[in-house]
Design a protein around this ligand. Structure first.
Ligand SMILES: [Zn+2]
Length: 400
């Protein structure tokens, strides 16, 4: 049995009330961990004597928050699109970028062309940077394979990234990212439902569909989610990002775990998501990197929608790995309060992945914690761009 005791925590975010935005703050606190699980949290001067044995860390007045849960990434990919990013900064249009060989299909080609070992290595480097900056669980999507072999290969690589780095990984099958080149939407959806889903399902927890202009219609997504449910996969969606399509209403209709992006979501969408208990995953790194208006996170929160924050880490529109930076953006660019943003980046992410044991500090929860080199979580938006992770603890092990 391994044990670890954190002593003299200046400010501990527990999220224990499990009420959005209520951080359940404890001051002068301690946390006891046994075999990777939290067994006790409370005032430092009330630690039960039996828990005083074993290793301990003197936190010395610093703040401790639950490990960040990054619930939307495309972490496994080959190549990069820095040239495309520069061209866009120079005023190139989406059509011009596609004509010069950029866009998602260039990432599909680079991913298909890379060896499995190479993809594991470069994806693990990204995951390792995430873990070091406090992300203890990451959701990883496929979607740059677009055929049975390459989609399954991406999901297997995502699993290997978790084993290699120690970061917690949840996997999402995103075969319906865009139709593969040379196929109509209808032909491609047939392939997703009949060939890809049955083979990919054992390697995934969720099924995602990119519902938008140039990707898939609400009708196609409904058909894919019906098939996914037959294979035991819960739905999550890329919804209302570039245009308003009705994808948020579909998320509510099919009982999706999450509706993500939501840049063009309406107040009626918010009512539907709140009523159905669908988590809204907003991705401020994408709006920031693309210099487009941010999703209406404030409106969604005020309508009672449960909110999660994620990086959307991908090579095209948001090559962002840091949840600390995402929290700062959500506060400074979307109008969330620090308490709301920290809740959404921890417990909100866990809710969107349907993991009751993550993003909370209470007995029985996974011991994923970040010790900030600051006295309060409020330093995250106050000092944007600085890595404030002093130590990161994943399943009770100190990883840095
Ligand atoms: Zn995405």
């Amino acid at each position: 049995m391994t044990s670890l005791l954190l002593r003299n925590i200046g400010s501990l975010v527990t999220n224990a009330p499990d009420c959005p935005g209520d951080l359940g703050l404890l001051e002068n606190a301690a946390v006891s961990i046994r075999d990777g699980v939290i067994v006790w949290a409370g005032p430092d001067d009330e630690i039960p004597v039996a828990l005083l044995r074993g290793a301990s860390i003197e936190v010395d007045g610093r703040a401790v928050v639950p490990g960040f849960v990054d619930s939307h990434t495309h972490l496994v990919f080959g190549g990069d699109r820095a040239d495309e990013f520069s061209a866009r900064l120079g005023g190139a249009s989406y059509e011009e970028i596609l004509a010069s060989g950029g866009g998602i299909h260039s990432t599909v080609a680079a991913t298909r062309g890379a060896s499995t070992d190479d993809l594991v290595a470069q994806s693990s480097e990204r995951a390792h940077r995430m873990l070091r900056s406090g992300t203890t669980t990451v959701e990883i999507k496929s979607g740059y394979g677009l055929n049975v072999t390459d989609e399954i290969r991406m999901l297997e690589i995502a699993g290997r990234v978790g084993k290699q780095t120690g970061i917690g990984v949840m996997r999402t099958f995103l075969g319906a990212h865009v139709p593969d080149r040379g196929m109509s939407e209808e032909e491609y959806v047939d392939a997703v439902v009949e060939e890809m889903l049955p083979s990919a399902a054992p390697h995934a927890d969720f099924c995602d569909v990119f519902v938008d202009r140039g990707a898939f219609s609400v009708e196609s997504a409904r058909r894919i989610f019906r098939a996914a449910a037959d294979h035991g996969l819960t739905a999550r969606l890329h919804a209302e990002q570039l245009t308003h399509t009705g994808a948020a209403a579909l998320a509510a209709e099919v009982g999706a775990a999450s509706a993500d992006h939501l840049d063009n979501a309406t107040p009626n969408d918010a009512i539907a998501l709140a009523a159905a208990g669908v988590v809204a995953v907003v991705l401020p790194g994408a709006g920031f990197s693309m210099r487009t208006p941010q999703a209406p996170a404030r409106m969604l929160w005020d309508a009672g929608v449960v909110l999660a924050l994620a990086t959307d880490c991908n090579p095209g529109t948001s090559y962002v790995e840091s949840m600390q930076f995402v929290i700062a953006l959500a506060i400074l660019e979307m109008g969330l309060t620090p308490d709301e943003a920290v809740w959404a980046a921890t417990r909100g992410g866990a809710r969107s992945l349907r993991r009751d044991d993550l993003g909370v500090v209470r007995p029985g929860a996974v011991a994923d914690l970040v010790i900030l080199d600051a006295p309060s979580h409020r330093h995250l938006p106050y000092r944007p761009g600085s890595d404030l992770a002093w130590k990161v603890i994943k399943s009770g092990e100190v990883v840095q």
